[in-house]
Design a protein around this ligand. Sequence first.
Ligand code: BG6
Length: 455
Amino acid sequence: MTTKFPKDFLWGASTSAYQVEGAWADDGKGPSVQDVKEIPAGTTDFKVAADHYHKYEEDVKLFKELGLKAYRFSISWSRVMPNGVVNPAGIAFYKKLIQLLIDNDIQPIVTVFHFDLPVWIAEKGGWENRETIQDFADYCQVLFNHFGQDVPLWQTINEQNVMALAGSVIGTSQKSMKEKFQENHHMLVAQALVTKQFHEGNYKGKIGPAPNIASVYPASDKPEDQMAALYMSALRNWLFLDVAVYGKYNHNAWHLLEKIGAAPEITEEDYAILAAGTCDYIALNYYNTMTVSSYYQKENKIDQQSGFGIPGFFQTAENKNLPMTEFGWPIDPKGFRFTLNEIYSRYRLPLLITENGIGAKDVLTKDGKVHDQYRIDYLEQHIAQMGLAIEDGVEIIGYCPWSAIDLISTHEGITKRYGFIYVNRTETDLLDLARYKKDSFYWYQKVIADNGLGE
Ligand code: BG6
């Protein structure tokens, strides 16, 4: 147990616009790719979600009661610019939300893009079209103009690495590796351009990327498995962070992309933008580590956490040392400490954890309780390991578990819940959408009040 957290540590919680807001077509909002994608059978769509758009005042009141020092959320591009033109009602919603958070001493932490590309951008080619770089920069400039002085921590793109490597799972892309890594390159350039814009605007805050980072273990002590882990980590982790921090592609990732014929076309101007728009800090989402062996053909399941194989380089292996969540994701709190150390020793920038949590089938009892001891256990173990990482010397500025309140999972509906606050609805029935505090709510409230887990 530890109380090694700095005095001003940002104990927070996280959500994303399309998964929590609902109001998918209200007040001039345009559709995003998440509103029009094919929804897996038996799971809800995102039209109402947790109805946070209409209930944000009640929700912020609960966040205050929870004791949150920070709330990490995303802004919906298609609410703010439904057709390339600013929607005043969209701006007004986020202005009210941000002001309410500030009035309640909750620091707003904003991600500008979290999986919900506007349909009007997707229709002209999405990220494969270079024009999207400028569209994104224009959208971000609108956000900086309105909120640049009020938001101290910005993230450019949520889990760009997951969109590149598992876009078909989360419903953001269905393309070939070559096309995906060209899209990915445009996103990296867009991120750098926006970072540069932010720095030139002299706003008070800091800006950084928010990839999903997971250390990669070799499946055995065989040298070829070590090399497989090195390559998986280069493709999954360092490609994204090396560009964000150093403005350069990681050499192993680049070699792999060339070998599989997926290296993107890069212009001279792109290199200059990448070098000029490097980040101030690193936000990261952590759910679990990964384990790989050298490639030996086998059917490989694609999932945003478990990954896949690349012939000649690596393939995902099962790690028998780790327990699983009921949705089949490994649980690895020690891997969290390892991952934080690995990132910090490579980049030496402050880290902000923007997601970490357990998806579970929570049950609301007749007397309005949710006994989610498994969530308390999961979070407690991760917080303890984060404390040890701080003792190791890693600079960590905050922890925002996923999620502040129940919301719709990327592809497993509302049945897979993550929140401290239960939202009363099912996949098929909206019921009354009432909010209930789970056991984990009271537990996290105490963690925040004690600034850690106590000695
Ligand atoms: C991250 C995303 O991949 O993990 C979130 O940033 C997502 O949007 C979370 O909800 C949990 O994943 P899932 O698939 O269980 O919703």
